[in-house]
Design a protein around this ligand. Structure first.
Ligand code: 5GP
Ligand code: ZN
Length: 118
């Protein structure tokens, strides 16, 4: 399958690895929007959050287990935010389920975080 994140998870395209286990792969985002900006992906291809089912939802739990481990191992002590963009309105650009882990800065919320495009 011609999928960028499948290729990154398989090591066919280079990335800066932060964490890996049997189910998930975590690497640095190429265009960070926070001092710490990682992407956590299931190794299995799922195109986005709208494709999560009772058969594959266990992988989402694995992503969040990994996030807690990564926060510990990377010394993220003041908290973090996890976001997944799904579909056009949310601005999803890579159609392999991925979770942005953002940290290292005090983040806004409300209007600052969910801002309709003019
Ligand atoms: P989305 O916009 O789909 O929620 O997030 C896709 C993310 O993937 C973006 O933050 C973008 O910077 C990142 N990205 C796109 N291509 C690459 C790549 O080749 N390598 C890495 N490390 N990140 C990428
Ligand atoms: Zn994929």
């Amino acid at each position: 399958m011609d999928c960028l994140f499948c290729k990154i998870a398989a090591g066919e395209i280079p990335s800066t690895k932060i964490y890996e286990d049997e189910y998930v792969y975590c690497f640095k985002d190429i265009a960070p929007i926070a001092p710490i900006h990682y992407l956590i992906i299931p190794k299995t291809h799922i195109s986005g959050a709208s494709e999560i089912t009772s058969e594959n939802s266990g992988l989402v739990a694995k992503v969040f287990e990994a996030a807690a481990k990564i926060a510990e191992s990377e010394g993220i002590e003041n908290g973090f935010r996890i976001i997944t963009n799904c579909g056009e309105d949310a601005g999803q650009t890579v159609h392999h389920l991925h979770f942005h882990l953002l940290a290292g800065v005090k983040m806004g919320w409300g209007k600052d975080a969910v801002c309709p495009v003019e």
